[in-house]
Ligand binder design. Structure first.
Ligand code: FES
Length: 107
């Protein structure tokens, strides 16, 4: 099985749903900063935008796969820490959040 590269999905939704939208709270700037950091490091990990991930009130939100690690309350200053996760697996513990869903729904 080939090495699995990590992929960061950053919610950049700007839609007006009545909830706070990540895209209006700096997530596009965060995504650009992570992408810049990955290029600087010569990493082939991925960071791309996504639509609404669900837990809007916790945003700006992002998730790393295949690890299944969720992040919330992100700021552009978190770019280096997220790049650390993507390139080496070190989780940015201060920004981790519970995955969306009911408690006990996931193992
Ligand atoms: S708008 Fe980002 S999680 Fe809903």
């Amino acid at each position: 099985m080939p090495d699995v590269k990590r992929h960061l999905f950053v919610c950049t939704n700007r839609g007006a749903s009545g909830k706070p939208a990540c895209g209006a709270r700096g997530s596009s700037e965060l995504l650009a900063a992570v992408q810049t950091e990955l290029v600087r490091r010569g990493s082939d990990a991925r960071a791309t935008s996504s639509g609404c991930l669900g837990p809007c009130f916790d945003g700006p939100n992002a998730v790393v796969y295949p690890d299944g690690v969720w992040y919330g309350g992100l700021e552009p200053a978190d770019a280096a820490g997220l790049a650390d996760h993507l390139t080496g697996g070190a989780v940015l513990a201060d920004r981790c959040t519970e995955p969306p869903g009911e408690p006990g729904e996931r193992e």
